[in-house]
Design a protein around this ligand. Structure first.
Ligand code: PMP
Length: 456
């Protein structure tokens, strides 16, 4: 076996050892991928793990801020399972809580006390969370929230932002990655069905607005009028480039939805990690329904729909009849996920968010310095523990600004490949996410790897 990566946690100035061919060893990952393709379509159940022109990297284990792949290479994990890991991998406190709970059984056809504890914790933190209902993923949470909005208002339509990802429910995924040939007019974007086979009715049932286009949002909401159930909004959508949301856009959506009697569904599946009481509290948004997932499950599959008593009552049985929106699933709110979520959220006190914000600022400003040192035409966006690098300097207000040309897409892929060779794992599209396990040395390692990637 060739010399393996030698970048240990907290040893930021260690260097990795390449094979004699000048590449990282990847034979074990390649072999697993070969095997996987025989039994799994594309060799993996997650589209987002595929990388152009190569095989995915198979993980062996994670510890704190670092992951080790099956070939023994070590990376600072700046993906953190797409923003779902916030404390770090294999956190001993979460592991102990999970093990203790597992010893008592993992799945029952009975409710459990951990679900009540986690519900109380979340409802205690966010003013708009009067009631909550758990599920198993962010996709499921968004689907349930839209069903609740439709049931509560008795209306069929939703409006969402062009380019925003909200999971894989038919209505939520419309126009999640349009391109110049089909995205339509800047002020009145088209609805583009995403998965082949999606019923054409989705085009009538989903309206699209551009991020930060307050006037366009007002007009679209008024146009849908008494047919509109809800506007679905993420305040810092990754695929829209993580731009700063403009207060005027928020107030246009909130005021005009109230005017026409529609709801705001705030998707905090990722943005909940921006603050102790979520992004809505930081930005002064008052949603009717919020979707959460990722960090609240402590590394286990989870989702949640929370909100005002009115729309949340659609999930409740009234007088013995079935709920307007029946919900639940075999593994919903299982005690292990709930215990992991509690052990995570209990560690996320105010000081933890200050630390995450400080680390995020250090990373974003360090990357900006590296960009000017390298003299490249790039930029960094993001907030709190999230950042995103872009291979251009266009001011990003919306999806059109963030959308990459094919040359730019090739540049970001090259950058991700080079930074990975320097021992840092990002996500596709230049998205990065920090965890509390990261040390200042780890951040220095990230910035050195970025420097090297830009000057290579
Ligand atoms: N909404 C947003 C904003 C997301 O980022 C994601 C997942 N990345 C989802 C919904 C779907 O969550 P899940 O992957 O848990 O289904």
């Amino acid at each position: 076996m060739p010399d393996l990566a030698d970048v240990s946690a907290g040893t930021a100035n260690a260097t990795m050892q390449m094979t004699e061919s000048g590449r990282w060893p990847t034979e074990a990952s390649a072999a697993l991928y070969e095997r996987a393709r025989r039994s799994i379509t594309d060799g993996t159940s997650r589209d987002t793990l595929l990388r152009k022109g190569g095989h995915p990297i198979y993980v062996d284990h994670g510890e704190g801020a670092w992951v080790t792949d099956v070939d023994g290479n070590r990376y600072l994990d700046c993906n953190n399972n797409f923003a779902s890991i916030i404390i770090g991998h294999a956190d001993p406190t979460i592991a102990a809580a999970v093990q203790a709970r597992m010893a008592r059984g993992t799945a029952f056809s009975f409710p459990n006390d951990a679900e009540v504890d986690l519900a109380e914790l979340l409802c205690g933190r966010v003013e708009s969370f009067e009631l909550i209902r758990f599920c198993n993923s962010g996709t499921e949470a968004v689907m349930a929230a839209l069903k609740a909005a439709r049931a509560y208002t008795g209306r069929p339509k939703v409006i969402k932002v062009k380019g925003a990802y909200h999971g894989t429910y038919d209505h939520a995924e419309a126009s999640q990655s349009p391109n110049p040939t089909n995205w339509g007019d800047a002020t009145a974007p088209s609805t583009v069905r995403y998965a082949a086979g999606t019923p054409a009715s989705v085009e009538d049932e989903v309206g699209i607005i551009s991020f930060n286009d307050a006037e366009g949002a007002r007009a679209a909401i008024r146009r849908s009028g008494d047919q509109l159930a809800a506007v679905l909004l993420d305040v810092m959508p990754n695929r829209v480039g993580m731009p700063v949301i403009e207060p005027e856009f928020i107030s246009a959506i909130r005021e005009t939805t109230r005017e026409v009697g529609a709801l705001v569904v705030l998707d905090e599946v990722i943005s909940f990690r921006l603050g102790y009481s979520g992004a809505q509290t930081l930005l002064g948004i008052d949603p009717d329904i919020t979707t959460v997932a990722k960090i609240i499950g402590g590394g286990f599959p989870v989702g949640g729909v929370a909100g005002r008593e009115g729309p949340m009552s659609t999930f409740a049985r009234s007088g013995g009849s079935r709920a307007k929106v029946p919900s639940g699933g075999t593994f919903t709110a299982n005690p292990v996920t709930m215990a992991a979520g509690l052990a995570t959220m209990n560690q996320l006190d105010h000081a933890a968010f200050v630390r995450l914000d400080d680390m995020g600022e250090a990373v974003r400003s360090g990357l900006r310095s590296a960009i000017s040192r390298a003299g490249v035409d790039w930029q960094v966006t993001g907030r709190g523990s999230l950042f995103k690098v872009h291979p251009h300097s266009r001011h990003i207000r919306n999806y059109r600004d963030a959308h990459l040309s094919s040359d730019e897409a090739a540049e970001i892929e090259r950058f991700e490949h080079d930074i990975q060779a320097g021992g840092v794992y990002l996500s596709g599209g230049g998205f990065g996410c920090l965890s509390l396990a990261m040390t200042d040395d780890d951040i220095a390692h990230l910035l050195r790897a970025a420097d090297a990637a830009w000057s290579s």
